[in-house]
Design a protein around this ligand. Structure first.
Ligand code: 1YM
Length: 641
């Protein structure tokens, strides 16, 4: 009787707590949309991860059941089952029904929970229509059941023995449909986070399975012995790393564990992600600051010590050293302070020092021990630095030289239309082809920009020098978009930018130089599908009064096969030389006339492979470039970059 009385008092308190969660779920799980729904899974999984971090669990299983409930199983110690001194009920029931202000029962220990610090289980219970917790511990199987927002419907009881002395906790919960906009879990969304948790907790096996899917009975299993190193490898998949080994550094001080893994690739973007207790700190914080500061300092000091940066050279900036960098920073902290509007920033100042010292010591050592990799990394940052300065300069240039410049008008034969939607610009190799193109164009919509000789290779020349190049300046001005930070795609003056070069090795080379320029400075124009390559014909076949132009050998053979033997024998086949040798009429008919021409769209559907191609074509090594041009001279237009 006395016991019952006590239980009821607690029960009232408990329900008041859980009722608060049901009244304002947003305060506890952010939202009640699908994101909030998934949050319930992470709250339960976090308890298993804590158990893994404490060293007692190495396997977590997550199952979406047929009825859209979710089961989370771990092989940890099992939630304690004894009577809790404060509530007088079993600890496991207490964990699931008492809303704590923070900190786990007992406190003190090394806990790095990423979730709601122990209140997660009760929050999930409050927002579920049913919860069953099974604990395997000390040779027994215990079970406690809740329903309708956390009301205990079956206090903890022993339901059997576990023969194999296994331990662990299994929780099945069914979200309350009166709380959530949707109660249908999304497998793919859960999978991304499950994989991330596996990367962030090395050696921990996480399995996700969808029992709603009758065909897939195995699900996905993730376990990474290499931890965040494997995360970096995963991010760099399909990219071209500039050094083979992933750099992985770690250190611990006063219960704070810090680690970082990194690898540079040939791309221009950085992929830097940081985590504290498995939570993505999207606004960075002290752990990121420590690494960034150390990275910039160590690279500069290495570059100066080894004469790569001279005394007069400016230092590389944080932006320069992160170009093409894929990096994961992870910190496990017993008492993290999250700051900022969305709590996405780590505030603990002691972590800045730890991150800086672990990173600088380890990275310095790596550079010293791997001088070839060090050279590639420093070179990459120096190139980024040049690009940054060049962009600055280019902005100044394009601001100054506008369309009124007489010199500029001398080169560009602009179209009459000022409507970008119907306007196109032909960038033509050489003055003589430029002359024919000018005569053969539709001057209403087609602008002609002849290039004299080859434009500068912006990948190899210092970019500020490249922007001193008149051809390049003219192109920038003609496009009208501006460049760098001021780049504005909506200001593009032409719908189509058409590269018109000869179908020979020189033509391929000029095309690649132009594409390098576009890729480096005008990538959004390429991405938006404005760049094309014209396809001048390779052969002219004449018979009787008929003139037929074909693009390649295959088309030539096909066409000849359609002719009768007698006609074929008399047909004149000519190997068309340069664009310059076509008269205006011919050029119009074969290459420029909107009705008859064939254009190839240049796309960037895979920046990664484009990087690789550009590296091959424009990088320092001559051999691969020569091989590529020889192999692809006739087809270079076809590469989808
Ligand atoms: C599927 C969900 O909750 N596992 C889990 C939770 C706990 C423990 C082990 C645990 C913790 C401790 C001691 C400790 C929790 N215990 C508590 C509390 N999986 C899942 N596995 N023994 C076992 O923290 O000292 C809260 S969670 F508070 F009761 F100790």
């Amino acid at each position: 009787m006395e016991n019952e009385q006590k239980y009821t008092e607690n029960d009232i308190q408990v329900l008041e707590g859980l009722e608060a969660v049901r009244k304002r779920p947003g305060m506890y799980i952010g939202t009640t949309d699908i994101k909030g729904l998934h949050h319930l899974v992470w709250e339960i999984v976090d308890n298993s991860i804590d158990e893994a971090l404490a060293g007692y669990c190495n396997s977590i299983e997550i199952i979406i059941n047929k009825d859209n409930s979710v089961t989370v199983k771990d092989n940890g110690r099992g939630i304690p089952v004894g009577i809790h001194p404060k509530t007088g009920i079993s600890t496991v029931e207490t964990v699931y029904t008492v809303l704590h202000a923070g900190g786990k029962f007992g406190g003190g220990g090394y806990k790095v929970s990423g979730g709601l610090h122990g209140v997660g289980a009760s929050v999930v219970n409050a927002l579920s229509s049913s919860v069953v917790v099974t604990v395997y511990k000390e040779g027994k199987i215990y079970e406690v059941k809740f329903a309708n927002g956390g009301k205990t419907v079956q206090p903890l009881k022993v339901i059997g023995d576990c023969e194999d002395n296994r331990t662990g906790t299994t929780v099945t919960f069914k979200p309350d449909p009166s709380i959530f906009d949707t109660v249908i879990f999304d497998y793919e969304t859960l999978k991304i986070r499950v994989r991330e948790l596996a990367f962030l907790n090395k050696g921990l096996k996480l399995t996700l399975r969808d029992d709603r899917d009758e065909e897939d009975t195995t699900g996905d299993s993730f376990c990474y012995e290499g931890g965040i190193s494997e995360y970096v490898r995963f991010i760099n998949q399909g990219k071209t790393p500039i050094h083979e080994d992933i750099i992985h550094l770690e250190g611990t001080e006063e219960n704070v564990f810090f680690e970082v893994a990194m690898q540079y690739n040939t791309g221009y973007n950085d992929n830097i992600y940081s985590f504290v207790n498995n939570i993505n700190t999207h606004d960075g914080g002290t752990h990121e600051e420590g690494v960034r500061r150390a990275l910039t300092r160590v690279i500069n000091s290495y570059a100066r010590k080894n004469g790569m940066l001279k005394e007069k050279d400016e230092s590389l900036t944080g932006d320069d050293v992160k170009e093409g960098l894929s990096m994961i920073i992870s910190c496990k902290h017993p008492n993290p302070q999250f700051e900022g509007q969305t709590k996405g920033r780590l505030g603990n100042s002691e972590v800045r020092k730890l991150a800086d010292s672990v990173f600088s010591t380890g990275f310095e050592k790596f550079l010293l021990e791997n001088p070839e990799d060090a050279r590639l990394i420093v070179n990459k940052a120096m190139l980024a630095c040049r690009a940054r300065n060049a962009a600055k300069k280019a902005r100044e240039i394009t601001r100054k030289s506008d369309l009124q410049t007489t010199n500029f008008f001398g080169k560009l034969s602009d179209c009459k239309s000022k409507d970008p939607k119907v306007s196109e610009i032909f960038i033509v190799e050489g003055d003589s082809a430029g002359g024919s193109a000018k005569k053969g164009r539709d001057s209403m919509t087609q602008a002609i920009l002849p290039l004299r000789g080859k434009i500068l290779n912006v990948e190899k020349a210092r970019l500020d020098k490249a922007l001193g190049n008149e051809e390049i300046r003219t192109i920038i001005t003609a496009f009208g978009t501006g460049i760098g930070e001021e780049f504005d795609l909506s200001k593009l003056r032409y719908d189509k930018i058409i590269i018109m070069t000869d179908a020979d090795v020189d033509g391929s080379h000029i095309r690649v130089l132009l594409l390098t320029l576009f890729y480096r400075f005008f990538r959004p124009i390429v991405e938006a599908g404005h760049v094309y390559a014209a396809q001048p014909p390779l052969y002219r076949i004449m018979h009787g009064k008929t003139r037929k132009y074909v693009l390649n050998d295959e088309e030539k053979d096909k066409y000849l096969a359609t002719l009768s033997d007698a006609v074929r024998q008399k047909a004149e086949v000519a190997r068309m030389k340069g664009l310059g040798e076509m008269d205006a009429e011919e050029l119009n008919e074969t290459t420029m006339d909107i009705e008859k021409r064939v254009l190839r769209k240049i796309t960037v559907d895979d920046c990664v492979s484009a990087d690789a191609i550009f590296e091959k074509l424009m990088g320092d090594e001559v051999e691969p470039r020569r091989d590529f041009i020889v192999e692809n001279a006739g087809y270079a237009i076809n590469i989808d970059i």
